[in-house]
Design a binder for this molecule. Sequence first.
Ligand code: GDP
Length: 306
Amino acid sequence: MFATLSDRLTSTFKNLRTKGRLSEADIDATVREIRRALLDADVAVPVVRSFTGAVRERALSAEVSAALNPAQQIVKIVNEELVAILGGDTRTLNMAKNPPTVILLAGLQGAGKTTLAGKLALHLKSQGHTPLLVAADLQRPNAVTQLQVVGERAGVPVFAPHPGNQGSDDVLPFGADPVGVARAGLETAHQRQHDVLIVDTAGRLGVDADLMQQASDIRDAVSPDEILFVIDAMIGQDAVTTAQAFADGVGFTGVVLSKLDGDARGGAALSVASVTGRPIMYASTGEKLTDFEVFHPDRMASRILD
Ligand code: GDP
């Protein structure tokens, strides 16, 4: 995903290698190149501005380290600033003192929430947790079935209403009430001693008031320990406005970038944490349940500058 950005930055640094000492003009020229590379990669303008401002200031005031040549010093500064905009330290899930830990997934339709629910459940299961998935996306006809398929693949149980199954013993009295499903899912997790509850919610194609209200109602019903905002990295510049709308409308504690395996230019990945002040916690990198990574800002920065 970051191939172009990575090439652009690397060639910028290459031009510095022959320099013995960097003048202010050299630093300004380098910062301009970095700015263009970031803008071309779809990084949000305010993020580019603060990033290049920080790099310039630090490069101008950098103590000359005998161990590093000027190019290496700039690379080091850019690396540290990339880590910072990607959220700093790797953040792990905030686990509840009294289980179950409740994780709510929010995001637009097609962002990858249902897929992510299965990936996260599998990941947590492999760490010895006993997750329960809850199908509170009742908007799309197939969403419940899709979560059940994903749960089966992950070997994790799914709590879901069966609206078309009237008369059977496992009919749940919710109709199309996602808040009721989420609440009953939480009760079930308590009863069956699941230590983590992952609640999949409905998305819409665009941000709208109903979507925000429903996600907020579910949030209030289950008091999540984490609200993970799932964003499709392929949506480019729109990622930032969407993220901001969810931050204002529902609030979230962490970001999951999905479809990082695609050929987007990477700007979403580089902007969302910085604009919302919430860390990227996981990356989704494909359609298989194992295409999933804990997000490490330092490793991502090194990958970009490799
Ligand atoms: P939801 O509407 O937010 O629940 O999104 P889904 O989980 O249904 O995902 C929408 C589509 O994107 C599905 O076809 C998924 O298989 C696909 N998808 C989800 N995550 C990824 C990913 O990381 N990479 C790729 N390439 N496809 C993904």
